[in-house]
Ligand binder design. Structure first.
Ligand SMILES: Cc1cc2nc3c(=O)[nH]c(=O)nc-3n(C[C@H](O)[C@H](O)[C@H](O)COP(=O)(O)OP(=O)(O)OC[C@H]3O[C@@H](n4cnc5c(N)ncnc54)[C@H](O)[C@@H]3O)c2cc1C
Length: 486
């Protein structure tokens, strides 16, 4: 039996697991997918929002502003790409000006620092590629960009170094409380705990409604993006928002933490939260909106399109704390749509302390500091590269040519706690496959290295877990089957 079972290994669940390491207790994270960051935490804008969007007095506003202030240190401690580039919300009309004034007032009430409303001249001086018809903007210098999946992986890695167990490929199908303990049923077996925490993103309403007499509904809201090659400089050095709509913060153009330009997202309510397809309609919408910010919008350097699905709660605010209408010992952080990435460190801290207090867990005597991640070969100086190759010849073999990722880095990503088990797992930990050719060149070699490290057959390697196998069989098997049919 565990003290705490966390359901869902997105940024919320992983940040919570890491915070709970400040207490003595047995903790496990149960995840439906084969890796961490398989839901919204892998496919979003990666903005650490300053905190002016959410209505004052809401949980979104409170946790966003608190979480954003924690980010710089967290990213430094965990060695995750983070850049405080600032953001502009640009407006063109009198109506936009009123909205911008409202955002400014909200921001001030929410406790966002350094906000300013600026005029056309200053906007064009800061961002010369902006549409010259721009009239005014809200300038938020405290906004930042972060690599969302690398943050999630790093949180999980640090939690695992401190004894948290991760159980993958284990979708929770049933939860109930019996004899003062929680029972959590998965295809991998039954787990029991003194407390459970629902951090299951799009699957959270189903789990909440199993144990509470106060029902909630999570609406999947898809957002589609274009990602441009980072060899072409992003036309803006800050995140460029347009005024928000009732569906969300609107379409942005922003450099990512790795220097690519990101365009999107759209916002469309869909029935199936697993439907992460991109559509002509969604991408055309993004392009049309981007033209308003950047009239010379150029998508020739596009290297991929993707979509992420927001877990929009029908209450319109985060649901955090003890599950209302449920037996004791059930906690949740659900309906964590945007700005959930920004809010996650603050949610983890406050919810974690609440759970530890409920269970009367003693403080941990020592939280092990994170084992530093290897410095990327691509970021090393010539001298550092020479020294790295001398120390470990695997550094001498470049596997991903677009992003300059070596065999040493790929092997390390597989060997680490909460290591990669699939092509996408390696991609998110090392960037192998993130570049211009999108893994066309390096995937076969990454698959071979996965086989060597995990001692499995090439037939077992998947793109991203489940049934996403790369190979359908050996030529011998296929020939045998064909002979059988003949
Ligand atoms: C298009 C888009 C843009 C966004 N942009 C931003 C942004 O710029 N800044 C920002 O702050 N936020 C942004 N967000 C919001 C942010 O991505 C989310 O708030 C955050 O990732 C939520 O993390 P999570 O851990 O709660 O959920 P998730 O990352 O979805 O994780 C939930 C996990 O639970 C697992 N799970 C589900 N059901 C079960 C089950 N039954 N059993 C076991 N496991 C289960 C899932 O597989 C998943 O791994 C954006 C979101 C989207 C979709």
């Amino acid at each position: 039996m565990y003290d705490i079972l966390i359901i869902g290994a997105g940024v919320t669940g992983c940040a919570l697991a890491r915070h709970l390491c400040h207490y003595q207790g047995s903790i496990a994270v149960i995840e439906r997918a084969e890796d961490v960051a398989d839901g919204a935490s892998k496919a979003n804008s990666g903005i650490v929002h300053a905190g002016f969007d959410a209505k004052p007095g809401t949980k979104k506003a409170y946790y966003n502003v608190k979480g954003a202030k924690m980010y710089a240190k967290l990213a430094r401690d965990l060695n995750v790409p983070y850049d405080p580039i600032g953001a502009l919300v640009i407006g063109f009309s009198d109506e936009d000006r009123q909205t911008i004034q409202k955002l400014y007032d909200q921001g001030v009430k929410n406790g966002v620092e350094e906000l300013r409303i600026i005029e056309k001249e200053e906007i064009l001086a800061l961002e010369p590629n902006t549409n010259p018809d721009v009239a005014c903007a809200l300038y938020a210098p405290t906004s930042a960009v972060v690599s969302p999946y690398e943050m999630t992986i790093a949180l999980a890695y640090h939690a695992a170094q401190n004894g948290v167990e991760f159980i993958f490929n284990a979708p929770v199908t049933k939860i109930f409380r019996e004899s003062d303990q929680w029972h959590v049923i998965t295809p991998k077996g039954e787990f029991t705990a003194r407390a459970i925490v629902n951090c299951a993103g799009l699957g959270a309403d189903e789990l909440h409604n199993m144990i509470s007499d106060q029902q909630v509904r999570i609406i999947p809201r898809r957002g589609e993006y274009y990602l441009l090659d980072h060899t072409v400089k992003c036309p803006f050095s800050r995140t460029m928002f347009q005024v928000p709509s009732k569906m969300g913060k609107g379409v942005l153009i922003s450099p990512t933490a790795h220097g690519n330009a990101l365009l999107g997202p759209s916002a469309e309510d869909i029935d199936d939260g697993f439907d992460t397809a991109t559509t002509r309609q969604g991408l055309d919408f993004v392009l049309e909106k981007c033209r308003l910010t950047w009239p010379k919008v150029n998508i020739r350097p596009v290297i991929t399109t993707f979509s992420g699905v927001r877990a929009h709660p029908d209450t319109d605010d985060f649901l955090i704390g003890q599950v209302p209408g449920a037996p004791d010992g059930a906690f949740e952080a659900i309906g964590i749509e945007s700005p959930g990435l920004s809010a996650s460190p603050a949610i983890a801290e406050e919810l974690g302390d609440q759970i530890a207090h409920y269970l009367k867990l003693p403080d941990a005597r020592l939280v092990k500091p994170p084992v530093p991640l290897l410095k990327p070969f691509a970021a090393m100086t010539e001298e550092e590269r020479a020294a790295a190759c001398k120390e470990n010849p695997d550094y001498g073999r470049i596997v991903c040519r677009c992003e300059v990722i070596t065999e040493a880095e790929i092997r390390d990503a597989i060997r680490r706690p909460v290591g990669a088990k699939s092509i996408d797992g390696v991609k998110r930990r090392t960037r192998a496959g993130m570049g211009r050719c999108q893994g066309g060149f390096c995937s076969p070699r990454v698959a071979e290295i996965l086989c060597e490290e995990l001692h499995v057959s090439p037939l077992d390697i998947t793109k991203s877990g489940g049934e996403s196998y790369l190979l359908v069989g050996t030529l011998n098997d296929i020939a045998k089957e064909a002979r059988g049919h003949a």
